[in-house]
Design a protein around this ligand. Structure first.
Ligand code: MN3
Length: 204
């Protein structure tokens, strides 16, 4: 048993200029894989993709070194699931589309806030759409390996705003990358599925 790189539902060149094959090769095969290797090393490969989340939450309190690796594994795994070659735009399936409109006023208002939150995150981090236990939506930015689960929130979609996520394709233009994420890559189908599944009791 060990943590492994989760499967990607499309080829590395499927996003074209939106996110290049070269970015996937570095970001998945080198960056994400390095976090996985380190986490396996620290845990004698005793964790698997099916059971590591409670360990990640425990490590957040008691073992920052391990949390850094497990959090990065969690965040990157959801980031890959947050991408789709057919993604992006305001055609959000199910109740999530309505909920975004009622929460933020409009899809465009959501988009503006999401890009501002990701663009304003100083240094390395993540921007999320997350759900509270009562179903309320919020945009969250987290630093380093942190994620909404450690704050008792359920993540629905995430964009990685570490430089390695966009530097090859967008150079230093992080807001452009975030705009492309929302407009043409965001996997709303996956986010709607997570929304319909309901809040995850993080500490369970
Ligand atoms: Mn990354």
């Amino acid at each position: 048993m060990a943590l492994t790189l989760p499967e990607l539902g499309f080829d590395y060149d499927a996003l074209g200029d939106r996110m290049s094959k070269e970015t996937f090769e570095f970001h998945r095969d080198k960056h994400h894989q390095a976090y996985i290797n380190k986490a396996n090393e620290l845990t004698d490969s005793k964790l698997s993709n099916d059971n590591y989340i409670p360990e990640m939450l425990k490590a957040k309190e008691s073992n920052q070194g391990l949390f850094n690796q497990l959090g990065q594994h969690y965040n990157h795994s959801l980031f890959w699931d947050s991408l789709s070659p057919q993604g992006g735009g305001d055609n959000i399936p199910g109740e999530l589309g309505e909920k975004i409109k009622s929460t933020f006023g409009s899809f465009d208002a959501f988009k503006e806030k999401f890009i501002a939150a990701g663009g304003g995150q100083f240094g390395s981090g993540w921007v999320w759409l997350a759900m509270a236990d009562n179903g309320d939506l919020e945009i969250m930015a987290t630093l380093n390996a942190d994620n909404p689960l450690t704050h008792g929130k359920t993540p629905l979609i995430v964009c990685d705003v570490w430089e390695h996520a966009y530097y090859i394709d967008y150079r230093n233009a992080r807001p452009k990358f975030l705009e492309a994420f929302v407009d043409s890559m965001a996997n709303w189908e996956n986010a709607a599925r997570l929304y319909d599944r309901g809040p995850v009791k993080a500490a369970a």
